[in-house]
Design a protein around this ligand. Structure first.
Ligand code: SIN
Length: 279
């Protein structure tokens, strides 16, 4: 088999073929896959048929799997896998719609995950895409007045911050109870491999941006997303069962599109891959 990389979107996405991820991969293949992520922001390998454990082994081609925040949804047999499902319900019995707003993952960690991996177990017939935006392009095209406002600033990250567009009293209570240790990250980070700058934040994990109140931060985030995220910078992944999609959190933000028939199942196995401290 020969590894082939075919570009999908203008600024995000490439499909990788000619690889059986259930087999051990040599360093040359690992380097090619990691380079494809640096070059194309997101990659997809279609038609996989993994057991949960095979999936974890396959994802190790990207690095070391990283324990996840929402432990309630961990896979019962393989705990490092987090199940993202539209069948999960909150304490009031309402369906949980995870990841519907633009974000990056787990910024409340000192070294947040460099890659997020989703493996499609069950997908709706229509809709339910995952959208991935190239945040280097978003930064490049941000108006100067916004660039100036965020230059040199840091997000202060906790489990549940106050800069989210919507924040439930329950979430504030949870944060007060858990009192997470704040972690600072630059809002403009530099990719360690391609050295380009990208916008980097998670609205729900940000308590505030240094120099701004939580309310000002929330408004600033809304402006950044409105000005920075343009259709041409976004790749919309249309799922088929067996797809394995990976994106590079060091230069991407993502969101799930909850536009499908809720009676249909949408279930993904999510893995996160250990990253380094953003700079
Ligand atoms: C996530 O935000 O990690 C999940 C995205 C998705 O379900 O498409």
């Amino acid at each position: 088999m020969t590894l082939q990389i075919k570009k999908l979107g203008k600024y995000v996405g490439a499909e990788i073929t000619g690889i059986d991820l259930r087999q051990p991969q040599d360093m040359k293949i690992k380097t090619a896959i990691n380079k494809a992520l640096s070059d194309h922001v997101a990659i997809v390998v279609r038609g996989q048929n993994f057991t949960p454990q095979e999936y974890v082994e396959a994802a190790k081609v990207l690095g070391d799997p990283f324990p996840q925040n929402f432990t309630d949804y961990n896979h019962p047999d393989v705990e490092i896998i987090n199940i993202v499902s539209n069948q999960h319900r909150d304490d009031e019995g309402k369906r949980i719609k995870r990841g519907g707003n633009w974000h990056t993952d787990h910024t409340n960690h000192e070294c947040p995950p460099k890659f997020t991996v989703l493996y499609a177990v069950d997908v709706p017939r229509h809709g339910g895409n995952t959208a991935i935006c190239n945040m280097q392009k978003a930064y490049e095209h941000l108006p100067d007045y916004l660039k100036e406002k965020i230059e040199g600033r840091e997000t202060v990250n906790v489990n549940q911050g106050r800069a989210a567009a919507r924040i439930s009293p329950k979430a504030v209570k949870r944060e007060n109870e858990q009192k997470s240790t704040p972690i600072n990250h630059p809002i403009i980070r530099t990719h360690p491999e391609n050295h380009r700058k990208a916008i980097f934040f998670h609205p729900i994990k940000t308590d505030y941006l240094t120099g701004y109140t939580p309310e000002e931060t929330k408004n600033l985030f809304a402006d950044i997303l409105m000005e920075g995220i343009k259709e041409e910078f976004v790749y919309n992944h249309q799922w088929s069962d067996g797809d394995m999609l990976v994106w590079d959190n060091r230069q991407a933000m993502h969101r799930a599109i909850h536009d499908y028939d809720p009676k249909e199942q949408r279930q993904m196995y999510r893995l996160l891959i250990q990253g380094d401290r953003p700079f």
